[in-house]
Ligand binder design. Structure first.
Ligand code: ATP
Length: 476
């Protein structure tokens, strides 16, 4: 399946089965904002839960918090976001369309042959690293890069555009104060560093994890839920002794890659991308890239953030943010290694990996099925239970089984249509196991279990169903 088609098919499938909808669709939608439907919400919750438990439950020295989205405005001054969280943008004067300069040049580079494209990208990287905006504009003009809408090269100067959304807090106009919607969850962790360290009697090295919404006024928002204006992050800041950051950076690179591979995704679908241009706060940084339908793109960032953030908050707040290390009898501001993954990008990764249009044709009959090969622990619905017919006491047995299982995992009951059709509907939403109750069940207390990926069916005792599914869906 061509990749462009694959993305479009995934988007269509997500809408048809209730995974993801365009926000405010009945009003023609809001660009780069999406709502999760009934199944997408379950999938997202399961991915979040797997990340959360991997971080907090499986690491004795990592605890989780839930900081507010609104924070004191000075937080964003201290973090550098007010001054630095911006992308160089350029507007086409004829179409009024605004572009991120790197995206505009990258798009053009893709149309060139490989070697020429690479030279152009190198030139661009150099100019971006120097913040040379005149040079970037010159490059765009020299290469005659045109706007996709107007087709002209009539460009404004390159300008910085801050990505933070702002609003006002306070009920009376005079009291109003500009406040930002957080563009990352990390700062909520930094400002609570001492609260958590002291109240939890945490000893360095230790980590603080958090999941939650973040907001960025992305100019070029495309790629479905890959780049959104409102999205969710899962971040963990790991506080270490100064000088030990390099080894912890390597540790977290390896540990996070293992997490990705534990999703059953093949290693050749991932690669590390080391940052050549480091952010102002970092002494090492890389992305974990996944091979999305639109190519290899960042799904997670791992950053060695030095003591930049804590030192900045110390300076702007006037409050000491040091730690006394009894192992070495020293006070210091800890260094931080961060892992930061976008939950929505993880959802998109899992969907891209799972989605298949499987050809089941035989020489006699064309046939196909849409299927989502989710790892069982992430599937929105774990078990579907079907009575073969609506009578003879079969629905009652099916309902009994669901009553037994539903405290432990999400089940689905259906009695309409032929069994084959019911199986196909569950394949399309990624349910890994279906149980059919038939007349034999009444005689010998056995049922048919049908496996999604192999479509294999086998006869098992009704009494073992719950424990069997529990075993298959366990996270660790
Ligand atoms: P990009 O280069 O794609 O804009 P970034 O390097 O700015 O991403 P970070 O600031 O490192 O991203 O944020 C950490 C993670 O948050 C990213 O790896 C990504 O998974 C997620 N993320 C960032 N921006 C968005 C967005 N607009 N929509 C969805 N997820 C996002």
């Amino acid at each position: 399946m061509a990749n462009e088609n694959k993305l479009q098919n995934i988007i269509g499938h997500c809408k048809e089965y209730g995974f993801v909808f365009q926000s405010s669709e009945i009003y023609d939608g809001l660009s780069a904002v999406y709502d999760y439907g009934q199944l997408g919400t379950e999938l997202k919750r399961n991915i979040r839960e797997y990340w959360w438990r991997s971080m907090t439950q499986m690491h004795e020295n990592i605890v989780g918090i839930d900081a507010a989205i609104f924070m004191h405005p000075t937080v964003w001054k201290a973090s550098g976001h007010v001054d630095n969280f911006s992308d160089p943008m350029i507007d086409n004067k004829d179409s009024q369309k605004r572009y991120r300069v790197d995206h505009l040049i990258e798009g053009f580079a893709e149309t060139l042959d490989k070697e020429k494209g690479e030279v152009l990208l190198q030139q661009m990287d150099l100019l971006l690293a120097e913040n040379n905006f005149d040079g970037l504009k010159q490059l765009i003009e020299d290469k005659k890069i045109a706007c996709a809408i107007s087709g002209t090269c009539n460009w404004t100067d390159v300008r910085q555009f801050n990505l933070m959304f702002s609003t006002e807090i306070g009920s009376v106009a005079e009291e109003a104060n500009v406040i930002y919607l957080r563009p990352e969850t990390a700062q909520g962790i930094f400002v609570n560093f001492l609260n958590v360290q002291k109240s939890g009697r945490m000893k360095i090295p230790f980590g603080i994890a958090q999941t939650g919404k973040a907001f960025r006024n992305e100019i070029v928002a495309r790629g479905f839920i890959f780049r959104m204006r409102e999205f969710e992050q899962m971040e963990m800041q790991f506080f270490v002794q100064p000088g030990k950051q390099k080894e912890w950076y390597e540790y977290w690179k390896e540990t996070r890659m293992k997490w990705h591979l534990s999703l059953g995704i093949s290693p050749d679908k991932y690669r590390f991308h080391d940052h050549a241009k480091l952010a102002h706060y970092a002494d090492a940084a890389c992305d974990i890239e996944y091979d999305f339908p639109m190519g290899f793109k960042e799904v997670e960032g791992i950053h060695s953030r030095t003591d930049f953030d804590l030192k900045q908050h110390q300076q702007y707040s006037g409050k000491k943010l040091t730690y006394f290390d009894t192992d070495i009898n020293q006070h210091y501001v800890p260094y931080v290694v961060e892992t930061s993954i976008g939950l929505d990008r993880a959802v998109m990764m899992i969907l891209s990996e799972a989605y298949e249009e499987e050809d089941l044709s035989t020489p006699e009959k064309p046939d196909s099925r849409s299927i989502l090969h989710f790892p069982p622990m992430l599937a929105p619905i774990k078990l579907a239970v079907f009575p073969l017919t609506k009578k003879d006491g079969l629905p009652e047995i099916a309902r009994d089984l669901i009553d037994q299982c539903k405290p432990y995992f999400k089940c689905f009951y259906e009695e309409k249509d032929a069994i084959g059709k019911r199986y196909r509907r569950q394949d399309a939403i990624g349910t890994p196991f279906c149980i059919t109750i038939d007349h034999q069940t009444k005689e010998d207390q056995t049922v048919t279990i049908r496996h999604r990926d192999s479509m294999q069916q086998e006869r098992i005792a009704l009494s073992v169903v719950k424990d069997l599914i529990l075993e298959k869906i366990k996270m660790f």
